[in-house]
Design a binder for this molecule. Structure first.
Ligand code: PMP
Length: 458
């Protein structure tokens, strides 16, 4: 089909995820055609450096033959196998066992979902099962972070704290609560890491007290680096302090590593930066590098065995999906894990260090208020007044202007609102490609400076 026909059919029939339906109908889609390495080509032959790895998921880059081969072989041999009724398949078992070796501490038990949202939703159900199993069913409340993102199921959207996901959706649910984001740039205590950590711990304690004490609180959920909230990198020590506070209060500490997992911030999991072992952890995206859908919930031996032991013999733990532990996704997961361990993680660390250096060089740009990164995950925060950290007015339309400029200049990134540029290139990005990415981002920032309205607002 021609791009024009596809665009017409798209406008007429396809509902896009997290998109303005009006804009979609008005402007139609950007049609991508193929990818190789960190490069994408659209249906008009325009080449783009994918600075966002699809949706922060294609960590091993496009066109990895070993992954395609693993998927093809598995599809040919056995394209589907249920995990119900005691059935299993070789790639799913092998992947579970290999992941148990590389996940932090005793997170040795894994439930495979279809993506991140249902991994979070599954984790929330397992948390509930666990509290019932221990005889502490009164521990119902779950606390997350402001600006957190945990998916688009009802429970995930409720645990999320971003306005667009709450609008007209009757969430958060009555048992879901939030404490302030540990944002070093905008938190009142942010300029001092220790003060920010202390403030976060005391917010958590205060929220628990407000909910009636630890006997009413089941779990605290966080992203080790907040992604969709605007790439927020908490100070070092924050994760450890929150983990310890949860341990003291007998509250499950759950990390959502859907973005940060699989090398995005350097090590395989972001918890490893501080040697933190959560009680449960969710992952997706980099698990299969986006080559097929799959997510995961990892749980500690304690959480697992408590649920197991409280379930009478022969009675099913009533949770699962048709596509749980899908063999093709699992085969892809194994091939992708080989790539991570075969040099991709190392390359990500090297390119991430270079990315941080280049970002530091952007700090003096008149529109840049803050730059931050953790490995190959980075944010550039734009302001129109550096001293007062003034967010650009919506009327300036910066988000649309920079997305347009980026596309024209051959770079894909994500604009969060009108003020944050998110970068998450494939971990396979070379240092030279990282330079091209940063040159093009600087090009976009300079294009904004050609806009008279924007310059007048500075
Ligand atoms: N948790 C986090 C931290 C995420 O960033 C995302 C997706 N961006 C999700 C959960 C939901 O994952 P999915 O889109 O695969 O359902």
């Amino acid at each position: 089909m021609t791009p024009e026909t596809l665009a017409r059919l798209d406008r007429a029939h396809l509902i896009h995820p997290v998109s303005s339906w009006r804009d979609q109908e008005e402007h139609g889609p950007r049609l991508l055609s193929h990818g190789q390495g960190v490069w994408l080509t659209d249906m008009h032959g325009h080449t783009l450096l994918d600075g966002f790895a699809g949706l922060w998921c294609v960590n091993v880059g496009y066109g990895q033959d070993s992954v395609v081969k693993a998927a093809t072989e598995q599809m040919t041999r056995l394209p589907y196998a249920t995990g119900y009724f005691g059935f299993a398949n070789e790639p799913a078992i092998t992947l579970a066992a290999r992941l148990a070796e590389v996940t932090p501490g005793d997170l040795n038990r894994v439930f495979f979902s279809q993506g991140g949202s249902d991994a979070v939703d599954s984790a929330l159900r397992f948390i509930r099962f666990y509290q019932h199993a221990r005889g502490t069913a009164g521990k119902r409340h779950v606390i997350g972070l402001a600006r957190g993102y945990h998916g688009s199921t009802y429970t995930g959207a409720g645990l999320t704290a971003l306005a667009a996901f709450h609008r007209d959706a009757d969430v958060p649910l009555p048992w879901q609560h939030h404490i302030p984001s540990p944002d070093p740039y905008r938190h009142p205590a942010g300029h001092d890491g220790d003060a920010l950590i202390a403030a976060s711990v005391s917010s958590l304690r205060a929220k628990v007290a407000e909910l009636g004490g630890p006997e009413h609180v089941a779990a605290f959920f966080c992203e080790p680096v907040q992604g969709s909230g605007g790439i927020i990198v908490p100070p070092r020590g924050w994760l450890t302090a929150m983990r310890e506070a949860c341990r003291e209060m007998d509250i499950l500490f759950v990390t959502d590593e859907v973005i940060t997992g699989f090398g995005r911030t350097g090590p395989l999991f972001a918890c490893e930066h501080e040697g933190v072992v959560p009680d449960m952890m969710t992952a997706a995206k980099g698990l299969t590098s986006g080559y097929a859908p799959m997510g995961a919930v990892f749980m500690s031996e304690t959480v697992y065995s408590t649920i197991r032991d409280a379930t009478p013999p022969g009675v099913a733990v009533g949770h699962g999906m048709t596509y749980s532990a899908h063999p093709v996704s699992a085969a892809i997961g194994l091939a992708v894990l080989d790539l991570y361990q075969g040099g991709v993680l190392e390359n990500g660390v090297k390119a991430g260090a270079h990315l941080a250096t280049r970002l530091a060089g952007m700090k003096d740009h008149p529109l840049v208020g803050d730059v931050r990164s953790a490995g190959m995950l980075a944010g550039i925060e734009l302001v129109t007044d550096k001293k007062n950290k003034t967010k650009p007015a919506a009327s300036l339309g910066i988000s649309k202007k920079m997305s347009k400029a980026g596309y024209e200049q051959g770079v894909l990134f994500r604009a969060f609102g009108d003020d944050i540029i998110g970068l998450a290139p494939p971990l396979t990005c070379s240092v030279e490609e990282t330079d091209i990415l940063c040159d093009r981002i600087e090009g976009v920032l300079n294009t904004l400076m050609d806009d008279r309205e924007i310059v007048a607002a500075i």
